[in-house]
Design a protein around this ligand. Structure first.
Ligand code: KIV
Length: 289
């Protein structure tokens, strides 16, 4: 890892553009609590995204739409306590920035002041561009997100790849340029053809972070529960599973259940002792009433 931290050990936001310039790939992963933030830090991850994918991975919803500000602030606060070196980016949930620049600013300030986030992420272009200008103007770094933007999956025709026609690909490139001009320090490119993401990456000076968009992006992001094999639902084709923790956890819980039921747990080594004379005195006191 050649990138520079600040005095507190936090990766400098400005290092991301330097990493792009040096062709050092940027590593981002989602995390939603203290242990996952800490483990991402220990593994040398550069950016922790407290994604609104939490609505699906940890809160059990079918989409990301129901995630609330209260839930996202609580999860971001926990993850940022664990992630000391990585930049912590809080995902602005659906409804927290769509209505007005003022709403967006009020909610983004909460992520920075109450939850310890270093930056926020917003989905889309169009009206989102004015939100980016407002947030960056107030000193809050903003990450953009184009392509498959799950908060508007219904409008996009479901969870499907974007930018697969010349017109749509051109629009994505225009949107990326607009978000860069508006002040985004980085842009997530989700589920678009690799050559389209490559052209967007080439056209920008800020780094792109790909998910399902090929290897030519400046960095990659995966959802923690997908890569660890913890998410029960069907993972998209772009996910690579690095572990099967769901199976490992189920196996451990089954063995624990069997041990409790059979009396094999707890054993002697899991219990506390009391001196014989103290126990005898205790029993005598009980016998005496
Ligand atoms: O919410 C999330 O986890 C995300 C990533 C998939 C980029 O937005």
């Amino acid at each position: 890892m050649s990138s520079r931290p600040d005095e507190a050990g936090k990766l400098l936001l400005t290092e991301l553009a330097e990493m792009k310039r040096r062709s050092d790939r940027i590593v981002m992963v989602t995390a939603y609590d203290y242990p996952s933030g800490r483990l991402a830090d220990a593994a040398g991850v550069d950016i922790v995204l407290v994604g609104d994918s939490a609505a699906m991975t940890v809160l059990g919803h079918d989409t990301t739409v129901p995630a609330t500000m209260e839930e996202m602030v609580m999860l971001t606060r926990a993850a940022s306590r664990g992630a000391r070196r990585p930049l912590v980016v809080a995902d602005m949930p659906f409804g927290s920035f769509q209505v007005s620049d003022e709403d967006a600013l009020r909610n983004a300030v909460r992520f920075v002041k109450e939850a310890g986030a270093d930056a926020v992420k917003v989905e889309g272009a169009g009206p989102t561009v004015s939100r980016v200008v407002a947030l960056v103007g107030a000193g809050i770094p903003v990450m953009g997100h184009l392509g498959l933007t799950p908060q508007s999956a219904t409008m996009l025709g479901g969870f499907r790849a974007q930018g697969r026609s010349a017109d749509k690909a051109r629009q994505l490139l225009e949107d990326a340029r607009t978000l860069e001009r508006a002040g985004c320090f980085s842009i997530v490119l989700e589920a678009m053809p690799a050559p389209v993401a490559a052209r967007i990456t080439e056209a920008l000076t800020v780094p792109t972070i790909g998910i399902g968009s090929g290897r030519d992006c400046d960095g990659q992001v995966l959802v923690l529960h997908d890569l660890l094999g913890l998410y029960q639902g069907r993972s998209p084709r772009f996910v690579k599973r690095y572990a099967e923790l769901g199976e490992a956890i189920k196996d451990a819980l089954e063995r624990y259940t069997a041990d409790v039921r059979s009396g094999a747990f707890p054993g002697e080594e899991h219990t506390y002792s009391i001196p014989d004379d103290e126990l005898a005195a205790f029993e005598k006191s009980l016998a005496g009433g």
